[in-house]
Design a protein around this ligand. Structure first.
Ligand code: AMP
Ligand code: MN
Ligand code: MN
Ligand code: MN
Length: 287
């Protein structure tokens, strides 16, 4: 019986999304309401390096009868690269996780000042002040600077802003001291959660490097691979499902929704998880 596809189709599951606590456009309440409206029955809010949106999201989830998982998307480093590890179903009070995220938030503050100074020299006025206002007390991300570049007509699209200024090695890029991948996984596991390697095909790794990454991830107690993302094509899903099987990882699905302006993305709008993959949500006791 096709239980996996069935349960996903019936309830709608989306385990990767953002709110105004980081670089999402919707407040946690608006996000939860939009997810419920889109037919999502189980949502994880996974803001970048912060748990700040979760309390509000939980309140909203009670009002609209959606199952909310406490989540986070942690910026990690692995072999000089920046990767993203999503933590799902975490205890938001867990000390190592909270202390670790506080350090990453300090990294974000310092990096934002460096990026802003670079952009200011390149002609973006009041970069730090405007990014801070736009972030509204949430984490400042490169997305905020990209939006300012578009707002001022310096770039046409967010993609162009990254390609020209903000991507690694470009003029306004600034590195941050993210946390080693195995340490971030430890925070998540010690907080009772599952660690998921987010959007595994976005890192532009060759198959050898990807195999090493997945071995290290599994070795460090990583639990699942994000097999289906909002932007996944069929071939991507097939490849990731095979990788999950090969490395004994469960499978997760998440749109990585940031807001309605991503018109090609919907909450809950990923392909279904192939039935060959064991869903990460079999590990949650929230159903
Ligand atoms: P940060 O964690 O502050 O370095 O910012 C990373 C965020 O920037 C990601 O989570 C995406 O939301 C966004 N991002 C990265 N690359 C691109 C891109 N090429 N186009 C649009 N958004 C991007
Ligand atoms: Mn983002
Ligand atoms: Mn990400
Ligand atoms: Mn994300």
């Amino acid at each position: 019986m096709d239980v996996t596809v069935d349960s996903q189709a019936r309830r709608g599951i989306d385990l990767h999304s953002h709110s105004t606590a980081s670089d999402g456009r919707l407040t946690p309440t608006q996000l939860v309401e939009a997810a419920a409206e889109a037919g999502v029955g189980m949502l994880a809010l996974t803001d970048h390096d912060t748990l700040d949106g979760l309390a509000e999201a939980r309140q909203a989830s009670l009002a609209c009868g959606i199952t909310l998982l406490s989540g986070v998307e942690i910026s990690v480093r692995w072999q000089q690269r920046t990767l993203h590890v999503v933590g799902l179903d975490i205890d938001v009070q867990a000390m190592a996780l909270c202390e670790g995220l506080a350090r990453l938030q300090e990294q974000r503050r310092q990096r934002a000042a460096v990026i802003a100074a670079k952009l200011q020299r390149l002609g973006l006025a009041d970069a730090l002040k405007r990014a801070s206002i736009q972030a509204g007390g949430g984490q400042i991300t490169r997305t905020h600077f990209a939006r300012l570049l578009v707002e001022d007509g310096i770039c046409k699209t967010l993609q162009q802003a990254f390609k020209q200024y903000l991507a690694s090695g470009k003029q306004a890029y600034a590195a941050a001291q993210w946390v080693p991948m195995d340490e971030a996984i430890r925070w998540i596991v010690d907080a009772g959660g599952c660690a998921v390697l987010a959007h595994p095909l976005r890192y532009r790794l060759g198959s050898g490097a990807r195999a090493r990454l997945l071995e290290d991830f599994r070795e460090a107690d990583g639990c699942a691979l994000e097999v289906c993302c909002g932007s996944s094509r069929d071939a991507d899903v097939v490849l990731c499902a095979a990788e999950a099987g090969r490395h004994q990882l469960l499978g997760s699905i998440g749109s990585d929704f940031h807001g309605p302006e991503q018109r090609w993305l919907r909450l809950g709008g990923t392909p279904p998880l192939p039935t060959s993959v064991t869903p990460v949500w079999t590990r949650f006791d929230v159903r």
